[in-house]
Write a protein that binds this ligand. Structure first.
Ligand code: A3P
Length: 320
């Protein structure tokens, strides 16, 4: 994948080096493409997004999970994978489940990284194919927009996304770049300069698409999912076309799925090692709470972000 990343970078380099750029979070820079910011050479890089726009072919039976980084992608990947594949593991239940042996990111791939793969995983060839993406709705490969496949969008309150991104970026930043301070992170976030951001435009893009295609797009929040995971999982399973039967509900399968994908369980399973793309597995599990921003944002910072959010989401029924 590393060699392919270099190839893709070379292929699109001339197209993006002239674009506006700013200081990045886990990478040196972010580039502005179609109104959103992307790393130059990394997973979800601008080159990967350009490449997937040119080559990715959606099928009507596909299912997509769309998120901004740090909005609960790992959790949702685990839940969607567990729901769709649950009958395969029924008899020997949890002890051999793939989610107990590998990280959700290695079970369910990102479309942006598919072009890096020389040997797509068998999971990808399954039907339905399930992919994740951080790409904004307006920049998705056209075939995803055109075909009638389902999209699950998960978003999270902006303050927790900022805090989560700040910690994640500092864990992943190259030593040569030095750490970013929380004040810097706050400023970059407010200015909209975040991977696949601005935050508000990403949320609005999918929110508005959901208004146009209510049966195709399911809109979830991390907060709602945390408050009532079991009911949301049931609803999600129906949307995905894999509803839990009465017998399954009576046998406690919903609770089993919720427990297997819980923060505590996934953190324990992912204590060591790296995902295929090279990121240390523990980096995806930090606090797993709603409202950790209270421990990081000053009152003034909180008020500024509230004000920006109020203005950007004006007239839309978006709350967390
Ligand atoms: P925190 O940094 O606030 O703890 P993503 O998967 O999109 O990168 O998001 C990562 C965030 O989701 C992190 O938030 C992480 O701890 C949290 N998370 C990971 N797995 C989770 C789970 N199973 N349940 C709830 N939150 C989870």
């Amino acid at each position: 994948e590393k060699a392919n990343m270099d190839l893709i970078f070379e292929r699109y380099k001339d197209r993006f080096t002239a674009l506006p750029k700013e200081k990045g979070w886990h990478t040196k820079n972010l580039y502005l493409y179609q109104g959103h910011w992307y790393p130059s050479k990394y997973l979800f890089s601008i080159a990967n997004v350009m490449g997937s726009q040119e080559t990715f072919q959606a099928n009507p039976t596909d299912i997509y999970l769309a998120t901004l980084p740090k909005s609960g992608t790992t959790w949702m990947k685990a839940l969607m994978f567990a729901i769709v594949n649950r009958t395969k593991y029924k008899n020997n239940s949890l002890s051999t489940h793939m989610l107990l042996l590998s990280n959700p990111h290695d079970c369910l791939p990102f479309i942006e990284n598919e072009i890096l793969r020389t040997n797509p995983t068998s999971v990808v060839e399954n039907c339905p194919r399930i992919f994740a993406t951080h790409t904004p709705y307006t920049s998705l490969p056209q075939s995803i927009i055109d075909c009638s496949c389902r999209i699950v969008y998960m978003c999270r309150n902006p303050k927790d996304v900022l805090v989560s991104l700040f910690h994640f970026a500092n864990k992943l930043r190259d030593d040569s770049l030095g750490p970013i301070t929380f004040e810097e992170a706050f400023k970059m976030f407010c200015e909209g300069v975040t991977p696949s951001g601005p935050y508000w435009d990403h949320v609005k893009g999918y929110y508005k698409a959901r208004l146009e295609h209510p049966t195709r797009i399911l809109y979830l929040t991390y907060e709602n999912m945390s408050a009532d995971t079991a009911n949301n999982v049931k609803h999600l399973a129906e949307f995905l076309g894999y509803p839990f039967t009465k017998e399954e509900e009576a046998a406690g399968i919903v609770e089993e799925v919720v427990k297997m994908c819980s923060f505590e369980n996934l953190r324990e399973v992912n204590k060591h090692g790296n995902i295929r793309a090279g990121i240390p597995k523990p980096a995806f599990f930090r606090e797993g709470k709603v409202g950790d921003w209270n421990n990081h944002l000053s009152d003034e910072m909180s008020q500024i972000l509230d004000q920006i959010t109020k203005e950007k989401f004006h007239g839309l029924d978006i709350s967390f």
